[in-house]
Design a protein around this ligand. Structure first.
Ligand code: AMP
Length: 422
């Protein structure tokens, strides 16, 4: 017997009916983000490896250890995208968007790939939905995005969530903070994990994001970035807070919040769930400013603010059963014989074009089994067609909820069904 094939480790099939929940979430994003002026971008899944090395940062775990990198037949180094912001930044520069519009708002939904250790809510292929607002330096746009996310999660029932914000500064703030971190960790160097010993040299900020317990304990007493912010970053944080307050969006300032990607400057934020079933993977959404990224990739100086949330993690926090998201069957047509099946198929076609979800029994199976299936599908109405109904041009339309039947002329079926479902 041939060996059966399975998905690669950490990569999942999404099947109906579960996909209905995903569609609901994506639909809510599409509708809400449009109101905030976001248009959809679809960058490629594969980019030049250099984009992520320069964009995400070659000292990050994502680029160093987790990327799916390969050589194509032309011997170019390509990588499956580990996130989508770098691709958006590349597209923004490549298409000279800055010269075409002063403010750009993009949103995306797509797969990202990271070779990670698997756990609940942590996969090797996962989906991200995100937004990027380019061209605005003011903190009000940061607040606008956070408020939009809070509204989105409330609307689709992703709960319970908490918003954490911080400001990691940039320029001189970062130099000062970096020096303070090095001074603090240097005496404890031997106690740090191997990765963090390296981070101490490359990017000490990242030690604060380490998941190793001993390092976490050390990091708990490390200097906090807020004490090293200059007037600009401080005013930005105040502006963000004041705007969130004005919108009555609850949040907590978490002075230890840093993010695992190098491009963040100034505002960083996370939306975490307090639901226990996600365990250590409680971060649903991460984002912040990346005011230096576009310029760093060779584009014009462009302030920017963005976020991405993990679709699988958001779905895990939507407690409603999938059945709630599946379009209900309006009419089930049971059939006996080939002639009835043909007529049923034609009748169903007209009803479907009129907007009704219809299921026709195309198989030659007994009536009892057909009505069991109608029940299982949760059909609102049903109709049985056989030779007698074809001959008389009439059939009984049954209300499956009220369990009541009434005769209808087949010629008037569409109107009768629409009236019942209204
Ligand atoms: P990041 O791009 O690392 O800031 O991640 C943004 C969001 O993507 C996280 O908050 C998660 O919800 C999600 N995410 C990141 N990595 C994974 C993964 N390996 N599996 C599932 N979701 C992930």
């Amino acid at each position: 017997m041939a060996e059966t094939l399975t998905t690669p480790r950490g990569m999942n099939d999404l099947l109906p009916p579960d996909s209905a929940k995903w569609q609901h979430l994506e639909g809510a994003c599409r509708e809400l983000f449009a109101r905030f002026g976001y248009g959809e971008i679809r960058p490629p899944v594969v980019e030049h490896t250099e984009l992520f090395a320069r964009g995400v940062g070659d000292g990050t775990d994502i680029v160093e250890k987790e990327m799916y990198t390969f050589r194509d037949r032309g011997d170019r180094s390509l990588s499956l995208r580990p996130e989508l912001t770098a691709g958006c930044a590349r597209a923004y520069i490549e298409h000279s968007i800055a010269q075409k519009e002063p403010v750009t708002r993009w949103w995306y939904v797509g797969q990202a790939f990271r070779y990670e250790r698997m756990q609940t809510g942590r996969y090797r292929q996962f989906w991200q939905i995100g937004c990027e607002a380019l061209g605005v330096a003011e903190p009000t746009v940061d607040a606008e995005q956070i408020a939009m996310l809070v509204a989105l999660f409330a609307r689709v029932g992703v709960a319970p969530v908490e918003v954490l914000i911080n400001n990691v500064g940039w320029g001189d703030d970062r130099v000062a903070y970096r020096a303070a971190l090095v001074a603090y960790f240097e005496p404890h160097k031997a106690a740090l994990c191997g990765d963090c010993q390296r981070r101490l040299v490359v990017n000490p900020l990242r030690i604060l994001d380490c998941k190793v317990e001993k390092d976490k304990q050390l990091a708990a007493d490390a200097p906090i970035v807020l004490d090293h912010l200059g007037a600009g970053a401080r005013a930005h944080l105040d502006g963000l807070r004041a705007t969130l307050d004005a919108m009555a969006v609850p949040y907590r300032v978490d002075p230890r919040l840093v993010r695992g990607l190098d491009y963040y400057t100034g505002t960083v934020f996370e939306i975490v769930t307090t639901a226990s079933h996600l365990g250590t993977q409680g971060t649903i959404c991460g984002g912040g400013r990346y005011d230096g990224l576009i310029e760093g990739l060779g584009g014009p100086k462009t302030p920017a603010m963005g976020f991405a949330f993990g679709v699988e993690r958001a779905i895990l926090c939507m407690p409603d059963p999938v059945e709630k998201f599946v379009a209900p069957v309006g009419l089930y047509i049971a059939t006996i014989g080939a002639a009835a099946r043909q007529r049923a198929t034609a009748l169903a076609h007209g009803l479907r074009l009129a907007g009704v979800t219809v299921e026709v029994e195309h198989r030659e199976v007994g009536m009892k089994a057909q009505f069991r299936r109608a029940d299982k599908l949760g059909a609102r109405l049903s109709l049985a067609l056989g030779d007698a109904e074809l001959a008389s041009g009439q059939a009984n339309l049954k209300d499956m909820v009220a369990r009541a039947e009434s005769p209808v002329a087949l010629a008037d079926l569409t109107a009768a069904v629409l009236a019942r479902l209204a």
